[in-house]
Design a protein around this ligand. Structure first.
Ligand SMILES: [Zn+2]
Length: 78
């Protein structure tokens, strides 16, 4: 899960980039917070660098399903 203190610093947006599931180690297409679809854990990745690898965390409580990352908060600057 990702948490925030004040929603005024976040803005809701729709986009196909939020619907894509990424395998561990794939290159992050955007900088931001990625959520694991299996356990809801989150991690920060930067555009052009690999997403956290399969050994980032374990899924013993989830039949050892592989990690799948989804972009949930996209970083932006002007
Ligand atoms: Zn997970």
């Amino acid at each position: 899960m990702a948490y925030y203190n004040d929603g005024k610093y976040l803005k809701q947006q729709t986009g196909a980039e939020f619907d894509v599931l990424h395998k561990p180690g794939q290159v992050a297409p955007h900088s931001g917070i990625y959520r694991c679809e299996v356990c809801s854990g989150s991690a920060v990745s930067t555009k052009g660098n690999p997403l956290p690898p399969q050994d980032h965390h374990e899924h013993r409580a989830y039949d050892n399903k592989p990690i799948l990352w989804r972009l949930v908060v996209k970083a932006h600057y002007n």
